[in-house]
Structure formats: structure tokens, C-alpha cells
Design a protein around this ligand. Structure first.
Ligand code: KG4
Ligand code: ZN
Length: 349
């Protein structure tokens, strides 16, 4: 049975990294959201292997499309628009989603929207908290990116204020987890382990926290190296290591820097709304710290639930729906995936 609504029905397809996500959105309503993750296949390598990810996407594509359609209780001919992540991401993985979306768009004779993965991480919040406040400041922290963005209009006007100079925040979690012998992906493992530890037990450095030249930029390779050195020193001196304490102290350093810089950017830009997105936004300590610091400055915070923070099709469908609502012209049906698509390009032409 088709749900009655006069809002366009948008399918969103995400394949920029190790997750294949397909979702259906009508207006602000998420009808279905199915994710086929290949994360287990990467675990033994300690990081995402691009070729393995693309292959896994090809293998689970048909079943995932069909599962999302069935869960949304719609037919293929109900679809009004097709949205897909066009970049940034792993090129071989992106191509799988883009080719699938092109095929659907052609077969259904519906417009195709190739959208930016980072803007989609911001736009997903529409599904939870309604239309995005404008302007908003977005802190985007994932395995591939750490950025501060000024979002005047998530469909068309996104300005980068700062980014990481080296590792992404999620990458730092993954690398430190590896040093600690915790499984991949490291973020959830460190988050869980940190609950048992003392964040004040070790004072790890706060990258670029007081660097005026890089006021809105991040750097996480220093804290990763500090953890590595600290572990080696403990080992050499024969002291036992509390993995929980290291996890908690490392997490504290990252959450501290991210939350201070996000609030600072809001204040510099005179913006009262902060949206936090990307896989690291699922971090329990970061969520608490951002809320606490924002409250001190009268800033309203929107953070989607953890499931919508990590990569999924809902974010793509949500951005697609916002673009359709705005009446922007669709992308060319022959659009090419762009692995380094800048965030200023929300919609590929
Ligand atoms: O957004 P995402 O799913 O994929 C990318 O676009 O990269 O983010 C994945 C990243 C991984 O590095 C993972 O370790 C991290 O998000 N992550 C977390 C947590 N859950 C996922 N980091 C810290 N705490 C978490 N709870
Ligand atoms: Zn992502």
C-alpha cells in the first residue's frame, strides 16, 4: 500500500565508503533506511580496503534496493526522484552507487540528483528535528573528514571554515584503537572502553586548540603519536597499562578540541545553531561536551541519533528531498562520481 502524501518520494543511495545505504524519504519522513555494511570484511585489515568495499556494494546492491523499497511500502513507479552520493569518497565505491542511480533514473524516467556526502551528513537532521535553521554551523566528524562548515542553505550554500590538517577525527579513533589492540572500527570500541576509564588519568595534547593561525582547523596526528609514545614508555618501564584509562584520556582530548572549536566558530560567525554530524558524532562523550558548552553560550545543538550519524542512505534521500523541494535543476544523467568533490558543490550539475 502506498502512503498518501503529496510530497515527492525520493530514493537515496550512498556508497562512498564501506557502507551501502538505501533509503526512501517523503518530505521530512523517513519511510525506510537499509544499510549493508562491509565493515566486517575490512576488520582484519584495520581499515577500509577500497576494492573490497566496491565489490561488497556490487554484491549487496540488488537485495538492499529491494529491501528498502519493500520496507517503505512503495512501488518503483511511485519514485519521484533519485538521489545519490556523487562524492567525496572512494572512487570505486562511489561509482557503484552512481551507476545504480543512473540506471534507476533512466528506467523510471525520473530526475537524478548527484549530491555531496558532507552536505548530506548535515541534511539528515531534517528527518529528526525538521527544517534546518539558517544559518547554521556544522561540525562534521567522520572517518574521512573533520570540518567546520557555515551552512546558509544546505541545498546550495555551504562555506568551509576549517578542516583537519592531517588525520580525520574518526581516523584517529581507528588508529588509536589499533594501538590499544581494540577492534576496527575504533570509535565505538574506544567509546565503550572509555566508560570504564578515568579521562583525567593522562593529559594528552589538544591539537591546535590555541593556534590562532588555525583557529578553525584540526590536527589529530599529534594526539595519536602521543598515545603511541606513552604506551611505549609504559612498556619500557614495565608499568601495566590501563586500556580504559588511555581510551578515556584520548577521547577526552578529541572531544575537548572538537567541542571548543565548534562553539568558538559559532561565536565568531554569530550563529546560534550548531549541527553535529558524521560517524564521530555518535561518540557519547562528544555529545555531552558539545551540549554542555553550547548551553553555556545559548547555542542550540542538533545531533541526529547515532544510527543517522554514520553513513546511510537516509542522509542522501534527505538532502535530495530538500533539493527537490527547492526546485533546483537535476544533475546530468551522465554525471561522473568525483572522489574529491568540494563541499561547496552540494549538487553536481
Ligand atoms: O561517517 P562515517 O560512518 O563514515 C565516513 O564517512 O567516514 O564515520 C566512520 C567513523 C569511523 O572512523 C568510526 O571509528 C567513527 O566514525 N565512529 C566513532 C563512533 N562511532 C563511529 N568515533 C567515536 N565514537 C563513536 N561512538
Ligand atoms: Zn560519512
Amino acid at each position: 500500500m502506498t502512503r498518501s502524501s503529496n510530497q515527492p518520494l525520493v530514493i537515496g543511495i550512498e556508497t562512498s565508503c564501506d557502507e551501502l545505504g538505501v533509503a526512501f524519504v517523503r518530505g521530512h519522513e523517513l519511510l525506510s533506511d537499509v544499510v549493508a555494511s562491509s565493515v566486517a570484511e575490512h576488520a582484519r585489515f584495520g581499515g577500509v580496503v577500497p576494492e573490497v568495499a566496491s565489490r561488497a556494494h556490487v554484491e549487496s546492491l540488488q537485495a538492499t534496493l529491494e529491501a528498502a523499497r519493500a520496507e517503505a511500502e512503495v512501488t518503483w513507479s511511485d519514485v519521484d526522484a533519485v538521489a545519490v552520493t556523487a562524492g567525496p569518497g572512494l572512487v570505486g565505491a562511489l561509482v557503484v552507487g552512481v551507476a545504480a542511480a543512473q540506471g534507476l533514473s533512466l528506467a523510471l524516467q525520473r530526475p537524478l540528483y548527484g549530491v555531496n556526502h558532507l552536505a548530506a551528513h548535515v541534511a539528515v537532521d531534517r528527518l529528526v528535528h525538521g527544517d534546518l535553521p539558517q544559518p547554521a554551523l556544522a561540525l562534521l566528524v567522520s572517518g574521512g573528514h573533520s570540518s567546520l562548515l557555515r551552512v546558509d542553505d544546505v541545498t546550495a550554500d555551504v562555506t568551509p571554515l576549517g578542516k583537519t590538517l592531517d588525520d580525520a577525527a574518526g581516523e584517529a579513533f581507528d588508529k588509536v584503537a589499533r594501538l590499544l589492540g581494540l577492534p576496527f572500527p575504533g570509535g565505538p570500541a574506544i567509546d565503550a572502553m572509555a566508560r570504564e576509564g578515568d579521562p583525567a588519568s593522562i593529559d594528552f595534547p589538544r591539537g591546535l586548540l590555541h593556534d590562532e593561525k588555525h583557529r578553525h582547523d584540526f590536527s589529530f596526528s599529534g594526539v595519536k603519536t602521543a598515545v603511541s609514545r606513552w604506551l611505549r614508555a609504559q612498556e619500557q618501564s614495565g608499568h601495566a597499562v590501563s586500556v580504559a584509562d588511555v581510551a578515556a584520556a584520548f577521547q577526552e582530548s578529541v572531544a575537548d578540541v572538537l567541542s571548543v572549536k565548534a562553539i568558538r566558530a559559532c561565536r565568531d560567525e554569530g550563529i546560534e545553531h550548531l549541527i553535529v554530524g558524521g560517524g564521530v558524532a555518535a561518540n557519547s562523550r562528544l555529545r555531552v561536551m558539545v551540549e554542555e558548552r553550547a548551553a553555556e553560550h545559548g547555542i542550540e545543538v542538533r545531533i541526529p541519533p547515532p544510527r543517522l550519524c554514520t553513513d546511510n542512505g537516509a542522509m542522501v534521500a534527505s538532502l535530495g528531498a530538500a533539493i527537490v523541494e527547492r526546485g533546483l535543476p537535476p544533475s546530468s544523467r551522465v554525471l561522473a562520481a568525483d572522489s574529491s568533490l568540494p563541499v561547496t558543490e552540494v549538487l553536481l550539475v
